[in-house]
Structures are given as C-alpha cells and as structure tokens.
Design a protein around this ligand. Structure first.
Ligand code: FAD
Length: 472
C-alpha cells in the first residue's frame, strides 16, 4: 500500500511556472502543493467561483450544497491538506453523522460498521448472515491490490460488478440491503454496473476508519475558498487549447467572458488539467496520443440531481445520513437515493434552531428526468422528501435544486483496466519529456478524498519531473 502523497519539498521549483486548469478540489490541491514546492502557480477556472462541485452555495445562513458533503474520519489526503494549509478549523472537528436506512417505509438506525451490525441490517436474511463471515477473509485477500491513491493497481479485480460479486459471495439479501445502498450512497454509482473495485476501495477505507462519517462544520466550500485565497486564481477564464513549444514548454490559450477582451495565453513549464475527462481531452488534443484521447473521450459520467431544503426547525437531534435501498425507493416511487438531515448549530451549515436536508436522487431518476423542466423535477423530489420526512411539508422555508449533467464518474466494470492503461501511457510520455498531467475524480474515485489524492499525485509527478538532476 502506498502512502498518501507527501507534500513536495519546499523551494525546489523556484523559477518554474505551472498552470493548473480547474479550481475544484483536485485542482486546488495540486496548486497548493506546487506553490508549497516553490513554483509560480496560476489556477485557471472557467466558473466565477472556486470549489467545483464543492462550491459554497448559501442563502440566509444556510449552505445549500449540491453534494452531501460527507467526509470520512480517515480521509488522509483531505485531512493532511487542511493541516498543511492551516485550514483545519474549516474541516475539524468533523460533526459525527449517524447512519440510518429506509426499511419497509420507516427510517431505522443502521450503522453497519462491524460484521455483527451488518448482519443485523434490516432485510438481511438469516441464511446470508452466515455468509457474511466470508467478508473479512475476502477483504484480506484483496487488500494488497486496494490502494486509494493508485486505484488502477486493482485492475486485476475489475471483471465483476458489485452486484454480481455480492450475489456470489454474500447473498442477495446482503447485496440488496447492505452492499447496494452503500455503493449507491457513498460511491454514487449504480450497483448493477459499478465495478466491484469501486465498492472494495470504499469499504476498505471505511473499515480503516471504522466506517465513521462526518461533515465539516461549515462545508468543504470554505476550505476551497481558504486555499484559493493563498493562490493566484483567475476565475472566469476558460482553458481552450494548448500548444507544445520548444524546450518542452507549453502555451495554454484561454478565453475570458465574451466581449471582455480578457483572453490570455499562459506559457508554462508544466500544465495540470483537472477538468472533467472530455474537456481535458479537448484542451490537450494536440499533445495527447490516440490511446489517451480515446480514454478521455470514453470516460463516462452520470448526471446528478440534488435538492437542498432549509427548514424552520431541526428534523433530527444529530446529523443523520439516510440511505434508501433500491427496493424501497422503487416500491415508493421515491427517486431519492440518500439524504443528509442535519440540525443547525452556531457557525454550522444551518443557523441554530433550524434544519437542513440535502437529498441526492438516484442516477436512474436523474437520467429519466434529464429533459424535464426544473420545476417538475423539484416538485417530484419535494413530494418524495415529504413522504419520507412528513415534517418537511410544515417546516420548509426554501429549497434549491442542483442539476449536473456531468455529475459523477462511473466506475463501471472495465474502468480500472482502462485507468491502468492510461497511467502506463502517462509514464511513457513523462519519460519522453512531456510535462502535461491529469488529475480529478475520474482518475481516482467518486469522493472528495479521491479528488484531493489525485491532485496531490499529479503535483508529486510535476515536482519529480521538473527537479530531475537537481540536488534533493
Ligand atoms: C450530487 C453529488 C453528491 C456528492 N456527495 C459527496 C459526498 O458527500 N462526499 C464526497 O466525498 N464526495 C461527494 N461527491 C463527489 C465530489 O463532489 C467530487 O468527487 C469532487 O468534488 C470532484 O472534484 P474535482 O476537482 O475532480 O472536479 P470538479 O469539482 O468538477 O472541478 C472541476 C473544475 O474544472 C472547471 N473547469 C471545467 N472546464 C474548464 C475549462 N475549460 N477551463 C477552466 N476550468 C474548467 C470547473 O468549472 C470546475 O470548477 C458528490 C458529487 C455529487 C455530484
């Protein structure tokens, strides 16, 4: 198992300029590591705010986020980053989140962290409880291949879906009531198609942290804003294409908002692209091999829909993540896959005495409703939410719908093999002197932690390549 990438040595990249495209968590993580190593770093962000999917979105003291903002207590890359930037206070202490699950129309507590707790998950049949004894043995067998920083190392396991794997080893009731709801809520994938590697990576990390989840007191957007304040970030600037110059340097052409004349060409020693895959492929078209171009064009993202609802009063005593197994959601025509219900606290994501619910719809719902107008989608999710939490109807203040056509990378069967091939080509190109790097959730995993680890990994590669021959 490799360690999470350490920060590069300070000062080693003096006189070097690096551009980072995209100010999501992967881009900001790469940029802060490179700046710490002494490079002049310019971050180019097409939007008018930083944070990408973790962008801070607030109204009247409520954080109306598009993500659930869940963080694992053992998310090493994320926690290390916050510490390095002296921004731990925007992340720590995490507010613990209790887990619950919908079962026969009722929300029941369901932590399912130990084997005994998993066996007691509502809906898991007696016969399958015994099969669960296999899980620790299976995890020990897979462990040498499961490296969250280098997920492609698990390519040898990437020939079975989560669904088939769970049916084969653990039984259908464990799949339906434990594996699938976890896979859906925490890896945001469809268990029918999701590679078992995505679930195994998630489960292994969560075993290490005893499965504890929390939320940052004021959300990850604040961390992103805090990091960006220490960097040179050019928002409203869209990277268009790059050109290779003599001596290995690169020219990045960018356009500002139309009519402002704010276009720019940045000449840099290295470039890190952290946009979604297809956009990265377009920007880098002139410098990538056909194999890289095909990989970037083939990465699939699933659309996502989230609804954040501010309530007059808290709906729970403590923050609670509610997972909705597919069978339950289908039965009630719900469409919601997971929701985070949290009471307001001073300095938190909702004012004290009020409440906040963030609901994420299933991938299937997002796909089926892709062409429906916002009002219809919002109405459908609100009425599903009111069925699950009737008090939403009487305490709702306002809500915000987020729709993201390029929501989450789909780590379907075969994705890790493709990733392994892509990473091999990266090694080749680096050895030949190309100073173009890629980072982002589609190269690592569907969580903040993965995006941050991927940004750190790219920064580490830049530092290695730009300091070849320098005394350490
Ligand atoms: C509904 C939902 C819920 C989620 N919930 C959780 C959760 O609870 N916990 C968790 O750990 N993870 C969660 N995630 C996943 C998490 O949000 C992502 O893994 C992470 O934010 C991805 O970061 P990124 O930097 O790779 O990409 P992004 O955040 O997508 O950043 C990419 C950036 O690139 C910019 N960009 C794009 N094109 C250009 C261009 N041409 N020029 C310049 N800039 C450009 C974009 O504007 C954006 O800012 C959730 C995701 C979704 C969709």
């Amino acid at each position: 198992m490799s360690a999470h990438p350490a920060p590069p040595t300070r000062g080693r990249l003096r006189d070097r300029t690096v551009a980072v495209v995209g100010a999501g968590l992967a881009g900001l993580r790469a940029a802060s590591a490179l700046a710490a190593a002494g490079a002049r770093v310019v971050v180019v962000e097409a939007g008018d705010r930083v944070g990408g999917k973790a962008v801070l979105d607030s109204r009247d003291g409520f954080s109306l986020d598009r993500t659930l903002q869940l963080v694992g207590y053992e998310d090493a890359s994320l926690l290390r980053w916050a510490r390095e930037c002296s921004l731990s206070e925007s992340l720590l202490p995490l507010r613990p989140v209790a887990s619950a699950q919908l079962h026969r129309g009722r929300i029941v507590p369901c932590d399912a962290r130990s084997l005994g707790e998993i066996a007691r998950t509502p809906g898991v049949r007696l016969r399958d409880r015994f099969r669960l004894l296999r899980l620790p043995r299976l995890m020990d067998r897979y462990a040498p291949l499961l490296d969250p920083v280098h997920p492609e190392r698990a390519a040898a396991l990437d020939f079975r879906s989560v669904r088939d794997w769970a049916d084969l080893y653990l039984g259908a009731s464990v799949r339906e009531h434990f594996v699938a709801p976890r896979a859906a809520a925490e890896t945001l994938g469809d268990p029918h198609e999701l590679s078992r590697v995505a679930f195994l990576l998630h489960w292994q990390q969560s075993r290490r942290g005893a499965g504890r989840l929390g939320i940052a007191p004021s959300g990850l957007g604040e961390l992103a804003d805090g990091v960006a304040a220490t960097l040179e970030v050019r928002t409203g600037l869209r990277a268009r294409q790059l050109k290779e110059l003599d001596g290995g340097r690169l020219a990045l052409e960018c356009s500002g908002p139309e009519g402002t004349g704010a276009d720019a060409v940045l000449e840099v020693d290295a470039l890190v692209l952290t946009t979604p895959a297809a956009e990265a492929g377009r920007i880098a078209a002139s410098a990538v091999t056909p194999a890289e171009r095909d990989f970037l064009a083939a990465v699939r993202f699933g659309p996502r829909v989230a609804l954040a609802v501010a309530t007059e009063r808290p709906l729970t005593g403590l923050p609670q993540l509610v997972r909705i197994p597919h069978v339950e959601g289908e039965a009630s025509g719900c469409g919601i896959e997971a929701m985070l219900v949290e009471p307001g606290v001073p300095g938190g994501r909702a004012p004290e005495g009020s409440g906040l619910v963030t609901a994420v719809a299933s991938q299937r719902f997002a796909e089926l409703r892709a062409n429906d107008p916002d009002e219809q989608v919002e109405k459908a999710l609100l009425s599903a939410l009111e069925r699950l939490l009737p008090r939403v109807a009487t305490t709702r203040r306002f809500q915000r719908l987020h729709r993201d056509p390029v929501g989450v990378p789909r780590f379907e069967v075969g994705a890790y093999n493709a990733l392994a091939r892509f990473q091999r080509v990266q090694q080749d190109r680096r050895a030949l002197g190309r100073r173009l790097y890629f980072a982002g959730d589609y190269l690592s995993g569907p969580r903040f932690e993965d995006a941050v680890a991927s940004g750190a990994r790219a920064a580490e590669a830049v530092v290695q390549d730009l300091t070849v021959g320098q005394p350490a």
